[in-house]
Design a protein around this ligand. Structure first.
Ligand code: BGP
Length: 481
């Protein structure tokens, strides 16, 4: 029996400013961290350069030019039936250096146009305040979130956009995949402690002390921002955002079970336990001690965290991993490496496809927190081929993506039937955009193809893939594939 999704369920897609807006230095925008990242691939890590070099290609600089094509893109989203669109605001479009005296009016006006366009199409914006970026000037001046100074600067940025868009945006997320800050790769994007670093992104290292202190600063900033929203704008709903990487124990050896529990806590629960419950979990103390972490917690920090509990929990879900103490074959994944699961297939980039894991994750999360949940990223990066009819009409037959989509929608239906309060689903990259991990264009997620390539060439033409119509049908039937 097909499961019915709740009335008013949010269907849509998710994006990030730095990966698709382009126009990196237009209308007063300052360079963000991602503007210093070169392209890479599965085999070759992205590089970070200190200066922007004229002879180097930086894929985020042009993205897919949403900045100038948002009307066409939002119309296409509406055609698929979206009633929600997740996007982020580029911090450096609003405060080009992060600590400027006044916000950049041209940047603010751009998002006015985008939100108005969404509303004209009956699409509710879901806005991430910080999706893997910050003004690069804050890296140079403060080494990113290592510094407490970032708290006030972030709160100022958030209050500026809250004030400006209070009648246009109701759903907000503070930090994208905040829990990726627990690891080196995530730090690069999430907490940006890369002052003075130049070279392959995979070689930018930080200590646990730095990472967990930076996360503490983000928890305080998030807490203050949520508190501000609840006090000043009662119409707002505030969410966290975690990268949920489900771990399974490799064997039933109790040592593996404990290792898996430890990994689940570090990766998946540590941040959301703080942001949902408003205090550090019991297991944190031992974790800090065993990892040589001594948090500098100042007066008022824990009050801000306690007062800033989120209203709903959101997460990205792409894959699952295996954790074990015996010999486990490793595979690559979203911001992380993990054990290979012989029962699962993987994408070309090694991400293990596990729709049942989504049902399991939804149940685990809901059992733990009992607040509404949203899956705000899920998707499949693949190489797409454009084929042409005799008359030249282009097609992309992406049955693999349709299969992935349907199975994950089915898994969500099962979870709803299990009693989970799931309120929305936004597919990652409804339109092809620059990959965060590898900087590639050919790792495509979209239902809409964009004619843009890794060497920077392309017409930016938008083409509906077969999956465009499949998602349209799923939305029209409210979840029934
Ligand atoms: C998540 C990020 C997104 C997005 C996605 C896909 O971790 O929040 O920004 O990029 O993963 O990852 P990738 O682009 O590396 O394929």
């Amino acid at each position: 029996m097909a499961v019915t999704f709740p009335e008013g369920f949010f269907w849509g897609g998710a994006t990030a400013a730095n990966q698709f807006e382009g126009a990196w230095n237009v209308d007063g925008r300052g360079p963000s961290v991602d503007d210093h990242f070169t392209g890479g691939s599965f085999e070759r890590p992205r590089e970070i350069t200190l200066d922007i070099r004229p002879d180097v290609l930086y894929p985020n600089h042009d993205g897919i030019d949403f900045y100038h094509r948002y009307e066409e893109d939002i119309a296409l989203f509406a055609e698929m039936g979206f009633n929600m669109f997740r996007m982020s605001i580029s911090w450096s479009r609003i405060f080009p250096n992060g600590d400027d005296e006044k916000p950049n009016e041209l940047g603010l006006a751009f998002y006015d146009r985008v939100f108005d366009c969404c509303r004209e199409h009956g699409i509710e914006p879901l806005v991430t305040l910080s999706h893997y970026e910050m003004p690069y000037a804050l890296v140079e001046k403060y080494n990113g979130w290592e510094s407490r100074e970032l708290i006030d600067l972030f709160v100022r940025y958030a209050s500026t956009v809250f004030d400006r868009y209070q009648d246009k945006v109701r759903y907000w997320l503070t930090f994208n995949e905040i829990n990726c800050g627990t690891g080196d790769m995530g730090n690069l994007f999430e907490t940006s402690m890369i002052r003075g670093f130049e070279g392959p992104a995979s070689e930018a290292k930080t200590t646990p002390q730095q990472r967990y202190q930076a996360l503490h600063h983000q928890f305080v900033a998030s807490g203050r921002v949520v508190r501000l929203a609840h006090t000043m704008y009662p119409q707002f709903k505030m969410g966290n955002m975690d990268c949920f990487i489900l771990s399974y124990p490799a064997t039933c050896d109790p040592t593996d079970i404990l290792a898996c529990q430890g990994e689940m806590r570090r990766m998946n629960w540590y941040c959301s336990d703080v942001q949902v419950r408003g205090y550090y979990p019991g297991y944190a103390r031992r974790f800090w001690r065993e990892n040589g972490i001594e948090l500098d917690v100042r007066e008022g920090d824990m009050d801000d965290i306690a007062a800033g509990k989120v209203d709903f929990y959101t997460f990205s879900y792409y894959m699952s991993n295996v954790v074990g103490t015996h010999d486990v074959e490793m595979t690559q994944g979203n911001m992380t490496f993990g054990g290979k699961n012989p029962y699962l297939e993987s994408t070309d980039w090694g991400w293990q496809i596990d729709p049942q894991g989504l049902r399991y994750a939804l149940n685990e999360i809901y059992d733990r927190y009992q607040i509404p949940l949203m899956v705000v990223e899920n998707g499949m990066g693949a190489r797409d081929e454009v084929v042409r009819d005799a008359d030249g009409t282009p097609h992309i037959h992406d049955q693999y993506r349709i299969d992935y989509l349907k199975k994950h929608v089915e898994a969500m239906g099962e979870a709803i039937d299990d009693g989970v309060d799931l309120i929305g689903y936004t597919w990652w990259g409804p339109i092809d955009l620059v990959s965060a991990g590898t900087g590639e264009m050919r790792k495509r997620y979209g239902f809409i193809y964009v004619d843009k390539h890794d060497d920077g060439t392309g017409t930016y033409e938008r083409i509906r893939k077969d999956s465009f119509y499949a998602y349209q049908q799923i939305i029209a039937r409210n979840g029934v594939a």
